[in-house]
Design a protein around this ligand. Structure first.
Ligand SMILES: C[S@@+](CC[C@H](N)C(=O)[O-])C[C@H]1O[C@@H](n2cnc3c(N)ncnc32)[C@H](O)[C@@H]1O
Length: 267
């Protein structure tokens, strides 16, 4: 395994969806199982050439996550429609809002984050097409306390690992999707993008990468915090959501760390 990473060979992708989940997805999309991306049909699991970051949480942060941002941008471009109401859980200083604004589609975005300073930066930005509100608070409290059922899109990019309960992810996701069902319009969508390490990567390899990542961007999360996409899809489906789209890429060249996107539509 270590050799594979060092030599930059393509990793064998772990199964992202169960056979039953794939069948449901195929049925809903009118495609064959073979076209569903739990293999690597378009080469997206190949190692990406990403500039090696050297310091801080500034512009290098985006460079480190170039490939994932490219993926979420494609999904946003294909999903967002005029006049939608979006909630962005863990919006930070508005990386996704910067991109949304370039789409020339008028939308309202409520940006939630515990980082008040980041939200201040976001609020100070001039957007052409976005009507922005900020909610400096815990995302779970925001979702629990939301009283409307008027949300078109709930965006959760690189944040699920921060807000879930690692000791009981199943229960956390059951509650999360129950709340999502309550606040989303019919056919509303939850778009989740996040990372995980496949089981084939050893804890030692992860520990060594965490040290490297801390030096690179002053931040690294424990492996246990990440929700695997298979569990996300499973609980989402059990909770009355259709898994509309999934994609997974290898996010960095140093280790087989995956970034996935799952789009779930309320039925
Ligand atoms: C890696 S950043 C992702 C930012 C943004 N979604 C993006 O894709 O660029 C994770 C964000 O989650 C926020 N966060 C962490 N725990 C949170 C919580 N309990 N409630 C709300 N936001 C939280 C952090 O402050 C940070 O801004």
């Amino acid at each position: 395994m270590a050799d594979e990473i060092e030599n930059g060979q393509k990793a064998k992708p772990e199964k992202m969806l169960s056979d039953e989940q794939k069948a449901k997805l195929a049925e809903s999309q009118g495609v064959t199982d073979a076209e569903i991306a739990d293999g690597d049909p378009d080469g997206s699991l190949e190692q990406k050439d990403i500039d090696t970051p050297i310091d801080n949480k500034g512009s290098k942060f985006e460079t480190f996550f170039d490939a994932p941002y490219s993926e979420i941008k494609v999904v946003l471009r294909d999903t967002i429609k005029p006049d939608q109401r979006i909630i962005d859980l863990g919006a930070n200083k508005g990386n996704l809002e910067d991109f949304l604004d370039t789409l020339d589609i008028p939308v309202a975005v409520e940006c939630v984050d515990t980082d008040q300073q980041a939200l201040e930066e976001l609020k100070a930005k001039q957007f052409e097409n976005l009507q922005i509100e900020v909610a400096p608070m815990d995302a779970n409290d925001f979702v629990d306390g939301y009283t409307g059922d008027n949300v078109d899109i709930a965006l959760v990019n690189a944040t699920l690992h921060e807000i879930n309960t690692p000791s009981d992810q199943r229960q956390y996701l059951q509650h999360f999707f129950e709340r999502m069902r309550a606040i989303l319009k019919q056919e509303g969508r939850v778009i989740v993008g996040d990372y995980y390490y496949p089981d084939s990567v050893t804890d030692e390899e992860v520990a060594s990468f965490i040290e490297y990542q801390k030096k690179a961007i002053n931040h690294a999360d424990a492996r246990e915090k990440f929700v695997k996409p298979e569990l996300l899809c499973e609980i989402g489906q059990e909770s009355g959501f259709l898994v509309e789209h999934t994609k997974e890429i290898r996010a960095v060249k140093e280790i087989d760390r995956r970034y996935y996107i799952v789009v779930l539509r309320k039925q």
